[in-house]
Design a protein around this ligand. Structure first.
Ligand code: GDP
Ligand code: IMO
Ligand code: MG
Length: 441
């Protein structure tokens, strides 16, 4: 039975939370494999909204195995707050398992993230300031603190001392900050360890056991392909690999355990933070789409930059992820536009044309999109539940995207609610049982 990876195919916030929650009903486990609480994944069920940052988006199913894999970086304060909030709202969180090998975000990571951005000034990345970059840097430098270290006071203290040592200069502005007191950090993190201990496990083994027993496992990505540390718009990226290959590394399974890769894309584009965005809309139309799509960050509340759908970038995302299926969300947001544009090519500063994603940063920074203009539709589509309930022009739009990318569109989002989903024929054909069960929910 399948291992299904769900990844963002743009710059994040594509609706991964909604789709993961939907598919999780038929799955036996959901695994987060990278990123941290820079992610904000939204689920809307019966009008009730859930915003998850570290918790896998299968947590709303009582007792469902939900794994925070070794590739995730964990801020234990955020995680314990999230657990408390879910329990307060009546959610059974007993299915949560946390990898003992996942790295911890420490107070000094938050300080370094802030200081790094301040130092970059106008060139700042626009990070979420959640300490993500500095934490992954410590992991790569082999001075990170892992979940298992929270269970041993002596080891924890030693490791914190070793991690602080090379940062003395950078942390000098915070020298008197009580958050840097060694004893205080140690005690705080030991307390988190006690609090989380019932959830800490060898999660790799848990996931193997599920897969070996023929169960289906969803690997839930955070961020999106263009924010990938290696393949995204570096340096305006996150510090992990949000692409499908990372599902293996961040959970401990092999490539053969992955059967499907679902890429989630909005029907248009958004990006939070700095960096190139060739199809960006600056004017009134951008503002209109931002308001209509509610394009304000789930984690930081920042306004998201908005633009037309970039098919050059999406085709690139499809290739680096080996996408087997495409989910197009937020189609409803485009309703009412006379025409809808899709970017099929870039034009560089010197007039050069690109039908592929240019590798060179300076080239990409100066490209603008070239567009095909498709007819829009005026009918509200929030109530549509099958493709034939969508206006012909909306169907033509989807067909254009599908043909250009060469990956079947299996599902379309027509609103934030879990039920506001349309399965296409291709979706039903791939997974008939899954489609009908999810539709009935
Ligand atoms: P994620 O990070 O990929 O999980 O996405 P976010 O939760 O950060 O942002 C997606 C936003 O769009 C959330 O507010 C969702 O509730 C909302 N959303 C998801 N799918 C749809 C859709 O098809 N239509 C509309 N209008 N909103 C959607
Ligand atoms: P989800 O999972 C959108 C962006 C930040 C910034 C860059 C680096 O909800 O799709 P970081 O804090 O990771 O060092 O910031 O990455 N970013 C996201 N943008 N959605 C996310 O997550 C993001 N996580 C990070 O805005 O540009
Ligand atoms: Mg998000």
């Amino acid at each position: 039975m399948p291992g299904i990876v769900i990844v963002g195919a743009q710059w994040g916030d594509e609706g991964k939370g909604k789709i993961t929650d939907l598919l999780a009903e038929q799955a036996d486990a959901v695994v987060r494999f990278q990123g941290g609480n820079n992610a904000g994944h939204t689920i809307v069920r019966n009008g009730e909204t859930w915003k998850l940052h570290l918790m896998p988006s299968g947590i709303l199913y009582p007792g469902k195995l939900c794994v925070i894999g070794n590739g995730v970086v964990i801020d234990p304060k955020v995680l314990t707050d999230e657990l408390d909030e879910l329990r307060r709202r009546g959610v059974d969180t007993s299915g949560l398992k946390i990898s003992a090998n996942a790295h911890m975000i420490m107070p000094y990571h938050l300080m370094l993230d802030d200081a790094g951005e301040a130092k970059l000034g106008k060139l700042k990345i626009g990070t979420t300031r959640r300490g993500i970059g500095p934490c992954y840097a410590d992991k790569a430098s082999r001075i990170g603190i892992r979940v298992q270290d929270l269970l041993d006071e002596k080891i924890l203290k030693q490791k914190i001392v070793a991690a602080l040592e090379p940062k003395r200069l950078a942390l000098r502005p915070f020298a008197r900050d009580p958050r840097l007191d060694l004893q205080a950090i140690t005690e705080e993190y030991l307390a988190y360890g006690r609090r989380l201990s019932e959830h800490i496990q060898d999660t790799t083994r848990l996931v193997w056991d599920k897969l070996d027993a023929g169960a289906s496992v969803i690997f839930e990505g955070a961020q999106g392909a263009l924010l990938d540390l290696d393949h995204g718009t570096y340096p305006f990226v996150t510090s992990s690999n949000p692409i499908a290959a990372s599902a293996c590394i961040g959970s401990g399974v092999g490539p053969k355990d992955i059967d499907e890769v679902w890429g989630i894309t909005k029907a248009y584009g958004t990006r939070v933070g700095s960096g190139p965005f060739p199809t960006e809309l600056d004017g009134e139309l951008g503002e209109e789409l931002r308001q209509r799509g509610g394009e304000f960050g789930t984690t930081t509340g920042r306004s998201r930059r908005v633009g037309w759908l970039d098919l050059v970038a999406l085709r690139y995302a499809a290739r680096i992820n080996s996408l087997t299926a495409l989910v197009v969300t937020k189609l409803d947001v485009l309703t009412g536009l006379e025409t809808v544009k899709v970017c099929t090519r870039y034009r560089g500063e010197d007039g050069a044309e690109f039908d592929h994603f240019p590798y060179h940063q300076s080239v990409l920074h100066h490209t603008v999109g070239e567009y095909v203009e498709l007819p829009g539709w005026s009918e509200e589509i929030g109530e549509a539940r099958s493709v034939d309930e969508l206006p012909q022009n909306a169907r033509d739009y989807l067909a254009f995207v599908e043909q250009f990318i060469g990956v079947p569109v299996v599902m379309v989002g027509v609103g934030p609610g879990r039920e506001q989903t349309v399965w296409t024929d291709a979706g039903r054909a791939t997974v008939p049982g899954r489609a009908s069960a999810a539709q009935a929910a």
